[in-house]
Design a protein around this ligand. Structure first.
Ligand code: NAD
Length: 294
């Protein structure tokens, strides 16, 4: 294993400039973490208010670090300047890696990936932060699938140490190694996993959400389930976690998993999550989900 790691170090390219597509919950977190650990990052969204939210979130986290004396004022200013908001692909020709973090919808992701490939260099790595969609399926949108991998962060990005690096059937060793090295540079613990819907963590997590949804459908109060899971020792219960993740993201992810594993998820029909999605209760991102937020 050690020998293998050394080989990987040799072929990994240094990431001097990166980019993130989508400045939402995940995109904002990825931009913050990259900038904090010294890699400047372009942050692109299609909505101006989306970019502002991403920047506000990064600034809030940096202020917290400053208050806790975990960063000096000049380093804080440097990190803030390292996040370069944009609405265009203007500077994308210079980036070493682009992390796509737009909505969890295969059609939208296909269109965004095909578009960004036209604006980056021939060797630029394109990585998707999808939580469930197969990397091989997404790679079909690309002319250079060898430069494509999954780079799956967890929420909140600044706190969660794990990053799944997903190797697709066409991903080159160099693309995988460079993505692993970039995750390490960001202070994360990457693991390389093979491709399938949900990869490793969400193959475990979605059946858990399915079990939760069935209990709620059977009439059990979701607050009670959350309290029990907290007593069990988890930092939060499934309803609160769904609100943190985003009801829309959970809803779309469940559809992807049900298509990928129809035999295992065939009983997961309509659930409380679908009802919340249809009522536009998207969780913490819009102030109301299972719970209501200020
Ligand atoms: P989000 O809804 O908070 O943000 C999505 C952002 O993408 C929005 O700001 C939207 O304006 C932007 N966007 C949409 N189309 C775009 C385009 N064409 N170009 C640029 N930006 C565009 O979503 P999120 O929770 O950050 O999720 C993003 C991705 O990360 C999804 O694939 C999701 O599955 C994955 N993910 C989410 C979590 C989580 O807990 N929320 C965890 C891991 C992975």
């Amino acid at each position: 294993l050690k020998r293998k790691a050394k080989v990987h170090e040799k072929i990994a390219r240094d990431v001097k400039l990166s980019a993130v597509l989508g400045a939402g919950i995940m995109g904002g977190g990825i931009a913050y973490q990259s900038a904090l650990k010294g890699t400047p990052i372009l942050m692109k969204d299609i909505r101006e208010e989306g970019i502002q939210l991403g920047l506000d979130e990064a600034a809030k986290l940096l202020v917290k670090r400053l208050e806790r004396k975990r960063i000096k004022p000049d380093a804080m200013a440097k990190a803030l300047n390292a996040i370069r908001p944009t609405m265009s692909y203007g500077d994308f020709g210079h980036v070493d890696i682009v992390v796509e973090a737009v909505v969890e919808n295969p059609k939208v992701k296909h269109a965004v990936l095909a578009e960004v490939e036209q604006h980056v260099g021939e060797n630029t790595i394109i990585a998707s932060n999808t939580s469930t969609i197969s990397i091989n399926l997404l790679a079909k949108a690309l002319k250079r699938p060898e430069n494509f991998v999954g780079m799956h962060f967890f929420n909140p990005v600044h706190m969660m140490p794990l990053v799944e690096v997903i190797r697709g059937e066409h991903s080159s060793d160099e693309a995988v190694a460079t993505t692993v090295a970039y995750a390490q540079k960001m202070g994360k613990n990457p693991i390389v996993v093979n491709d399938c819907p949900g990869f490793l963590v969400n193959r475990v997590l979605f059946p858990y959400f399915g079990g939760f949804a069935k209990l709620v459908s059977a009439g059990v109060d979701f607050v009670r389930i959350d309290k029990v899971m907290e007593k069990f020792g988890w930092p939060m219960g499934p309803a609160y976690l769904m609100d943190v993740v985003g009801i829309d993201t959970g809803h779309h992810g469940r559809d992807v998993m049900a298509e990928g594993f129809p035999d295992r998820m065939k009983d997961d029909q309509r659930s409380a999550v679908d009802a919340l999605y249809e009522a536009d209760r998207l969780g913490q991102k819009n102030g109301k989900g299972f719970y209501a937020y200020e």
